[in-house]
Design a protein. Sequence first.
Length: 285
Amino acid sequence: MKKIISIFIACIIITLVGCAGDSNEHEGEAKTPSGSSIQKGRDYQEVVNDFKGKGFKNIKTEKLEDLITGWLTKDGQVESVSVDGDKDYSPDVWYSNNVKVVITYHTFSSDDEKPEPTSSSKEEPQKENHDEAAKVALEAIFPVENAKRSAVVAITNGYATDVFAEDRNTYDVSKLHSYADTSGNVNNYFMKVNSWGTWSAKDKKTWHVDSLILENAFGTVANATLDVNFDGTNYVVSNIKGTFGNPGSSADNLADLSEIGYGSTAPIYLTISADLIKNERSKAE
């Protein structure tokens, strides 16, 4: 019995001595946690904590600023880990605790490092400045307000039902409605402006508009694109395109707005005299 107890005590002493020897043997070292392939895909901060917990002191992080949406690869997700330059290190290997550990992870691009603008994006402000300068120059000789009123008068008389001569086939110029006219049966001609659209200087003498939207008393809508030129005496409306019909109608049920400008000679209602646009509509109302 004494012999057995002696053997048991001897084993304990040997074990303790071995442990002490092992501790002294790895002084100044640190043992790797899980291998590199296991670390990939984890959150980088968790990996940093693992290496710190194992005694590593020289831990660096590097960003891969390659994320756009962050749907498939998450922000902060580890791409690779290297220990002393080795990206294929094995787990449970002892290294000097001062070797460099580099943890590379995915993230979004920082706002401070935006890419250089492309040539097209550089050209866009220049084009906008040129367009604005052209509008200012045209406005000085041909106010856009006159072009707007002329466009409304042209479309109004193009669809008016009370401007014909007695033959019901030719126009009676004296019956053409002015921009300010709200007299008589307005259901026969009047069109209100739902949207003035977008006006731009087509050239040094011509205004162009996209999406000028007018509506008559019955809810029928004209959506027009056209040009207005001033010849020194009259305002001439041309290149009319667009649709005329009830909102929500299919394309097959919409009239072609260009029909009011058909013919070898432009209809009389497309040449607008200064008298037809001189008064503001609000004053007449």
